[in-house]
Design a protein. Sequence first.
Lengths: 494, 94
Amino acid sequence: MSLTGLTAHELSELLRKREISSTELTERHLDLINALEGKINAFVTVTGEDALKQAREIDERRARGEELPPLAGIPAALKDNMCTKGVKTTCSSNILYNFIPPYDATVTEKLSAAGAVIMGKCNMDEFAMGSSTENSGFAPTRNPHDLRAVPGGSSGGSAASVAAGEVVFSLGSDTGGSIRQPASFCGVIGLKPTYGYVSRYGLIAFASSLDQIGPFTRDMTDCALVMNAIFGHDPKDSTSAPVEVPDFTGFLKDDVKGLKIGIPKEYMQSGIDPQVAVAVKKAIEKLEELGAFCEEVSLPHTEYALPAYYIIAPAEASSNLARYDGVRYGLRVEADDTISMFNETRSRGFGEEVKRRIMLGTYALSSGYYDAYYLKALKIRTLVKQDFDEAFKKFDCLLTPTSPTSAFDFGEKADDPLSMYMSDICTIPVNLAGIPALSLPFDTVNGRPVGLQLIGKAFDEGTLLRVAYTLEQNTDLTRPKPDLEGALQNGKQS
Amino acid sequence: MKITQKDVEHVALLSRLKLSEDDKDKYTQSLNAILEYMEILNRVDTSGIEPTAHVLPLKNVFREDEVKETLEKELVLSNAPDEENGCFRVPRII
């Protein structure tokens, strides 16, 4: 029996019945990581020995007759911007190439408490700035569905590791689409929670008012299980929402009868690949056939969300990234005086896109430009949020494409920052409004997966789970499987 | 031109980044393209609209001032590029 490619809930059942052990499961996944990493490069660091130790502990606890939570013994991975005590955490940046956190992020602690086996740290665009992992300070990740294509970003490694079967689930972070867009490109499920639902403690900050951590999984049941493990208020994060967390598996109902789903017309217009639009229309027909009521809606400020985001996010980043100065951790380039040391360290340590965003943000916040750029963008943010508030007076959730296209080729957008930014045009408004959204695979275009984005009201992840679960139960289009034979053959030769 | 090479030099200084001549040229071009695109924001009348810096209705989250465990000093300092007697060491400032 092949143990890779199954879901957490399927494997959990096999573990519970003692048909397999977590040690065996972990070994099979490490074998696959060894065979594939030469081609996929989803990981910055693989923690094989630690993983086997965790797996043996879970097996021992199970042998003693302990009742274990559903993710116990399941191989998982974290994006390399989540702190892991004693394990290198780099943000895929040369400025943090040697950083070993002295503490665990809250999500790391929560996954450990749930018994998940952490296999390693996933590659990303440097400091989560990018949409293809081509901005990784080390090397890009490849898309398991087509090695010529990018996996999306910034959480490209997290998405690719799940799509390739190297781990069963992973965590990513989403500031403007960095979970949903790579989930769409790699044919897996990715959820960005409501802002404040998951603790950001120990998540290395990019834009603090937008960043959220969320799961990548192969099916909706796994998505709900991971949400149960990582959601919840955390006193260590002052922006954590003081709300109760439901059992998310309770929302997995095969029923959308009577649900009102809005289709924002602005998301179906400019720049959407006609074949992606066809996939979205197919999903709308399916939902109507299953009893949902779908209708067009207008979110008039949509086109202003992207430029507003590229003021707000870089402004916050320019402040957050001021801490990388070569004094307390990470790279230091020696110089005669302290200011020169700062300049040399930051110039050598940061990559091209990170420097661009630091400068863009610094400019937008600088004297004389603050009102014209930063304050203006914050007001646009209010209007974008009000558009959603209006739409949710009538609709239970909204349906859009996750990204205007399926995965693009390496190099296609790498030299044109603006065209790369456009890849997140459908996901960015959601972060500005702080509301939840998930990407569900739905069909493929020339072998490359397409993602549907479902957007919900704040703290109403439940409706998104229900709609996505219903689609999953009623079509076979939500689980595209990559053909990895070629990569495995090549991997063996090299 | 929204931003000149001189502006880029000033922003780089504020950002503590040292740019080569090539870099200055490249960033002047790409920042101009981005800032020109942002012009469309001026089409929106935002008079009377309150800014949103943060989406949650949270303000001043307080906690009790209690002594709790802190990070292990040795682990923290083990990341320092240079340290001496439990302190971070930097080049001369004055």
